[in-house]
Design a protein around this ligand. Structure first.
Ligand SMILES: [Zn+2]
Length: 338
């Protein structure tokens, strides 16, 4: 507001306003309203003008003109004016989109958190598992939460000397379940109740042949004895026949696979190898286990002391990477999608 030096030349209203302005300017209450009580941020940035005390301080031009940018009212009006700009409209829409996405993420995470874990079946190539057909919400939830799944398998047991019990203890600690592919002639020297203890703990017993021979080199009767003989031996120990078969060293053929399927088993290979069949250093077993395990992997390990030495650390580090340890359902991938 411009100063009114000659009231006779001014419009009456302006003079009235000018007088009111000067009256307010002389009042500490006016300054208190604008600079102290309502806008402490502005009061910190601008020195408080105190008429009669700080006579050397000059009021800024914008304040002398009657516009008080520090006042909440003027700042609010300025904000409202900018609200009509295209930039603000764009930002407002972006904010809406961001809030919508955040809501969807929260919905996915909360809805799927307490639902049942996904079901897995063997992939048709037998070297990994795949999800049973289910709603994509679960897949999205797992992706957002960083959850991954792997199947743990232990070959060549029972080892004896307490190694099998140590494996059970570590798995129990991590609430993990595994498939134990046993060599049936190892059962001769094992505790008769060991396989039943495996199953009571929620693990699965698989057939790894009777004598761990190269099955592709065997005649039909010998192959039958190696596969069927071991299944019968397992059935005697557990009360039921095994559902999974793993050929020794993973060496298989169409004939071997057909023989396993004729005995009511699915062939299970692997796509992640801990390399513990030949590595003697536990840290190397840990390295390869972490290096090769991916989502929906089947991890190959063996029932042996060097593997037990790093099993706890291996599972801990995999869990830190979001892994949960699951068992495949006893359906093939092809049948499950019928
Ligand atoms: Zn083996």
């Amino acid at each position: 507001m411009s100063p009114c030096r000659d009231t006779s030349l001014c419009h009456a209203a302006i003079c009235v306003q000018t007088r009111q302005y000067r009256a307010k300017r002389a009042s500490r209450a006016w300054h208190g309203t604008c600079f102290i009580s309502i806008d402490p941020f502005y009061a910190r940035r601008r020195p408080l003008f105190r008429p009669g005390r700080d006579s050397g301080i000059t009021r800024p031009k914008r304040e002398r003109s009657g516009r008080h940018p520090g006042c909440w009212r003027h700042r609010t009006m300025a904000l409202l004016r900018t609200n009509t700009s295209e930039t603000h409209i764009f930002h407002r829409h972006m904010l809406s989109v961001a809030l919508l996405l955040l809501w969807i993420v929260c919905l996915v995470l909360t809805v799927e958190r307490n639902t049942q874990a996904p079901l897995f079946v063997l992939h048709e190539n037998s070297s990994r598992v795949t999800r049973l057909a289910q709603h994509d919400w679960r897949r999205a939830s797992d992706w957002l939460a960083g959850r991954k799944y792997a199947v743990l398998t232990f070959d060549d047991g029972p080892y004896g000397q307490g190694v099998d019990e140590q494996i059970l203890d570590v798995l129990r600690k991590h609430h993990a379940h595994a498939i134990f592919f046993v060599i049936c002639n190892h059962l001769d020297k094992a505790d008769p109740g060991l396989l039943s203890e495996f199953e009571r703990s929620g693990h699965v017993i698989g057939n790894h042949s009777y004598d761990h021979l190269k099955l592709t080199k065997l005649s039909a009767p010998e192959l039958h004895q190696q596969i069927e003989g071991c299944s019968e031996r397992i059935a005697m120990a557990t009360g039921h026949r095994p559902a999974y078969f793993r050929p020794p060293w993973g060496i298989t053929s169409a004939v071997v696979k057909q023989a396993a399927e004729s005995s009511g088993m699915q062939q299970v290979l692997w796509n992640a190898n801990s390399q513990d069949s030949w590595q003697n250093k536990p840290e190397q077993i840990l390295h390869w286990s972490l290096e090769q395990t991916e989502d929906e992997s089947i991890l190959l390990m063996h029932s042996k002391p060097t593997t037990v030495a790093v099993l706890d650390e291996t599972l801990t580090k995999l869990e830190e990477r979001g892994f949960e340890f699951v068992l495949p359902g006893q359906l093939s991938a092809e049948r499950s999608y019928d």
